[in-house]
Write a protein that binds this ligand. Structure first.
Ligand code: N01
Length: 543
């Protein structure tokens, strides 16, 4: 067990071993790991009033996770895995939040979390090898280790549309949804945005609203989720072999226990290909993407077959051919943006109370007190929902004033795009460790699997530092540069550079365009991290 720090120094500042920022999946497990495994004196700061992170804030109608429920969980405690019962194929937001609350209670994780407290600054004191952390409630603490568990998608993007402040109705962002819900009954509602949040919420809002206008900038490929209540017999079978299933997920591409597919979309007959797509479409979910052909993610011609198949499905489902054509994506290949899965998304456009508004060709020009004006019309509204996404991955870092050695600001270092070795640490910022940081698989994977790997790895590094009297760990700039080049090179072999997406920062005006997550797969990534640790934390400078 590590030596505990003295709790108060001579200047009256509380001395901690570790500060963790955030109490979602990452922060909860990091807290458990550092506090209960290593015995460190840990403080967690959480801006929300309770645990949950992403699932605390994203309470919009229809919110649920695209990973199947049995793999969207912690695996560090076998009893927890066996005892928790999910109720649906995919976990819905209220249930995920209940799960995280259960975990917090079960492991008594709340007692060292300061809720309703946002970290505003963290400055590294080189003389003391400690971080001075400040919060919006005026707390100042000093800590040896600083761990960010701030999420990849926690800073909402509300577009800067002239006149929004004059709107006389209500408006909401999906990522900061009111806790007591929104009543759309009989209302004139506009939803701006058709990414995951829009595609999930639009069918649910349509069922309540008097009329719904969907303001679409980019048409989407989306696969039916085929959501249903849980098949108890299936889950019981899973639980008999849970460890092996999750171990398979850990070494997979996306953190899901899907076997790699050897088959190419270009090596089968047209009939066989169609049959495979139809089967995957009927099954629903990510199986279409990861379970049909290996090369739809990497080969444009193979990808064209999948893209064309989905387009044909949109035309089949949507009854009005003009609306269908507007919904057919033609400007980017399938899976160049985050692949989506839905429940009755395209079917929703067959409803009489739903209108699709094309803001690609006729953009929004202003919001007035009464509604939204576009280049081709005016839409009177009572409620506007912005399903317009997030300043992803770097946004959560940029809103904290992080300064490392020599007073260097992290936001300056990352002004042209993020740079972090293994997505875990950045040169010049010793003892600052990032869970699912830019340059790690994170958002391209089933998050809990990636989170557990990061937490375990960071815990081992801290234990190693304590055991060997290491005061500072930070990446060697050359190792970091090589990793960033590798992240770029791997992305270059995929479809990901062929669309304007938040993966590239393209959704935020002025944000540097750089592919942020690591597309090499969680298994390969885990192997590399294990090798780095086995080689005495190769690529890190340990002082
Ligand atoms: O956000 P998005 P999201 N004017 O950025 C449009 C995760 N997630 O909240 O494509 C008009 O994907 C934008 O248009 P365009 C998941 O990783 C997971 O939906 O940029 N429109 C797009 O249509 C996901 O990828 C789950 O042209 C504007 C939409 O708004 C990530 O979160 C559920 C605009 C934004 O789509 C983000 O998803 C929810 C503007 N100025 C979220 N700016 C599940 O697991 C943006 N748009 C199910």
């Amino acid at each position: 067990m590590a030596q505990r720090s003295e709790t108060i120094d001579e200047t009256g500042i509380e001395q901690l071993d570790a500060v963790v920022i955030g109490a979602g999946f990452s922060g909860l497990y990091m807290n458990y790991s550092l506090r209960d495994r290593l015995g460190l004196d840990v403080r967690v700061y959480e801006a929300g009033d309770d645990v949950g992170g992403t699932w605390y804030w994203n309470r919009y109608p229809g919110a649920r996770c695209d990973s199947e429920s049995y793999i969207y969980c912690f695996t560090f405690d076998k009893d927890l895995m066996q005892e928790w019962e999910w109720s649906g194929k995919y976990p819905e937001q209220p249930e995920i939040l209940r799960y995280l609350n259960h975990v917090a209670d079960r492991f008594d994780l709340r007692r060292n979390i300061r809720f309703g407290t946002r970290v505003t600054a963290a400055h590294y004191d080189e003389g003391a090898d400690r971080w001075l952390v400040e919060t919006d409630t005026g707390e100042r603490v000093s800590t040896r280790y600083l761990v960010t568990a701030i999420g990849c998608l926690s800073v909402g993007n509300v577009p800067n549309i002239p006149g929004l402040e004059t709107f006389a109705g209500e408006w909401y962002h999906t990522g900061a949804w009111p806790h007591d819900g929104v009543d759309f009954t009989g209302k004139r509602v506009g939803v701006v945005g058709t990414g995951s949040s829009g595609v999930q919420s639009i069918p649910v809002i349509a069922k309540q609203a008097g009329h719904l206008w969907v303001f679409q900038r980019t048409a989407q490929y989306t696969i039916p989720a085929r959501h249903h209540t849980v098949d108890k017999a299936f889950l019981d079978e899973i639980k008999k072999d849970y460890d092996a299933i999750m171990e398979k997920a850990r070494w997979s591409y996306g953190g899901m226990p899907i076997s790699p597919i050897e088959r190419s979309a270009l090596e089968v007959s047209d009939e066989e290909r169609l049959e495979i797509y139809e089967k995957a479409w009927a099954e629903g979910g990510f199986a279409f993407f990861r379970g049909s052909f290996y090369d739809i993610a990497t080969d444009r011609r193979a990808n064209d077959t999948a893209s064309e198949f989905i387009r044909s499905k949109i035309r089949e489902v949507v009854k009005d051919p003009e609306v269908a054509e507007k919904l057919v994506p033609v400007d980017h290949p399938f899976a160049s943006k985050r692949p989506l899965i839905d429940t009755e998304y395209f079917e929703t456009y067959n409803r009489d109370n739903v209108t699709l508004v094309d803001i690609r060709h006729w953009p929004i020009t202003e919001i007035t007190p009464e509604g939204i004006r576009t280049e081709d019309g005016f839409y009177p509204l009572d409620i506007i929902v912005f399903a317009t996404g997030f300043d992803a991955m770097t946004g959560p870092f940029n809103r904290i004033d992080v300064r490392g050695r020599g007073g260097q600001k992290l936001r300056d270092k990352w002004a042209h795009g993020p740079s972090a070795y293994l997505g875990i640490a950045s040169a010049g910022f010793p003892n600052l460790f990032m869970i699912t940081g830019p340059g790690s698989p994170s958002v391209l994977s089933n998050m809990p699997v990636s989170i557990e790997q990061h937490v375990d790895w960071i815990t081992d590094l801290i234990a190693h530092m304590d055991a060997h009297g290491v005061r500072r760990a930070e990446p060697d700039p050359d190792a970091e540069e090589d990793w960033v080049a590798h992240v770029d090179a791997v992305a270059g072999k995929t479809m990901y550079l062929l669309a304007d997406s938040w993966y590239l920062g393209a959704n935020i005006p002025g944000k540097p365009r750089r592919f942020m997550p690591y597309a090499g797969g969680v298994g390969n990534y885990r192997k590399r991290c294990d090798e780095v640790a086995a080689a005495g934390y190769e690529g890190f400078v340990l002082t």
